[in-house]
Design a protein around this ligand. Sequence first.
Ligand code: MG
Length: 126
Amino acid sequence: MADSDINKKTVLIADDDTKNRKLFRVALQSYGYKTIEAEDGKQCVKLAKETLPDLILMDIQMPVMDGITALKTLIADPATSKIPVIAVTSYAMKGDRERFLAKGFVDYIPKPIDIKKFKEVIGKYI
Ligand SMILES: [Mg+2]
């Protein structure tokens, strides 16, 4: 890690889609955040415990462990239960937002993301 990275806030990006991860990585780094990446929910939980990121962006549909199960696992562990987790998913049905918030996500960003709104939402939690 470069010295200039020490004071940066870290966002953990959990998404099985390489293009999505790249899009989030490029955007988040341009805002001055450090990023780490997980390809599935299980890897996300492992990395969250190891690195205690300041924020997690969680895709819902992922192989090995989906985003809902990963969130439940994070909430069940006192070490990771306080990390804010935002659901980022292409579900776009009425009531999605309420459904995700009820599960314990702090917010919900629908895909495809509106980049201006994306920055705004991230900024609320980090
Ligand atoms: Mg996915």
